[in-house]
Design a protein. Structure first.
Length: 246
């Protein structure tokens, strides 16, 4: 356990020293929320409603993109070589991917929590009458996203390929789910198409929590993300091969 914690500490330090990952999860999310909220404010009765919409949807978008954080943390070129020594140490190969997964989860969660704390006074958004539900629901989704990135690295054996595949996939699901603009205003057909994206369901639940104080969708999404996380963990354990690092 001590060796694993040391490895986890090293992975966290590497992530927080990466200006690209830190910037994407903070400055990019904040600027996108401010710009889109301002530009689209004319479509809402109140400019705060526009900021509320994009603060929620872009936070979820950033959470899903945690898969790319995990893939970078796991198989980025400068990291692969030092990990070779750890693989053949008493810590073992499992500690490699598990520490990367946990580190990515903690890194993304910390930065996304920070951004939400800043969004409340800056943009006047609300997380609902009980913000704890909102924040708790983020945890299994953040973990599932990190596990997804690690799992695809175990399958594809490449950080670049994993990031390309997952980035395109997440972009499509986010667009269909209403991350950048709601498809509900484009007619019944577009509205029905958006239902095929799980991002749409996740967005709706977070809006229900933050705007309507409705917790009915909390448990299904929480359990769904938790089950997905467990399945991805099993997949990582099955498909990880130490020779992928050689």
């Amino acid at each position: 356990m001590r060796e694993f914690l040391l490895l986890l500490k090293m992975d966290l330090q590497n992530l927080f020293r990466n200006p690209v990952l830190v910037g994407f999860n903070t400055l990019f999310s904040g600027l996108m929320t401010a710009i889109l909220g301002f530009l689209m404010s004319g479509n809402y009765a109140d400019i705060r409603d526009a900021f509320q919409y994009y603060a929620v949807t872009l936070t979820i978008f950033a959470m899903l993109n945690g898969a790319m954080t995990a893939s970078n943390c796991f198989m980025e070129r400068d990291i692969r070589k030092p990990n070779l020594r750890i693989i053949f140490s008493p810590v073992g190969g499992t500690a490699i991917w598990l520490s990367k997964l946990v580190a990515s989860f903690l890194f993304d969660t910390a930065l996304h929590f920070l951004m939400l704390v800043l969004f409340v006074p800056l943009f006047g958004i609300t997380l609902g009458s009980n913000p704890l539900y909102f924040l708790l629901l983020m945890l299994p989704i953040e973990f599932a996203a990190a596990a997804l990135g690690i799992f695809f690295c175990c399958i594809l054996h490449s950080e670049e390929t994993t990031s390309t595949v997952l980035s395109g996939f997440i972009q499509i699901l986010a667009a269909l789910g209403g991350t950048f603009f709601s498809l509900d205003g484009l007619g019944k057909i577009a509205s029905r198409i958006s239902l095929f994206s799980p991002v749409k369901w996740i967005n709706d639940v977070f809006f229900s929590l933050s705007c309507d104080n409705d917790t009915s969708g909390f448990l299904p999404v929480f359990l769904g993300a938790l089950i997905l996380s467990i399945l991805l963990l099993l997949g990582c354990r099955i498909f990880f091969r130490t020779e992928d690092y050689v």
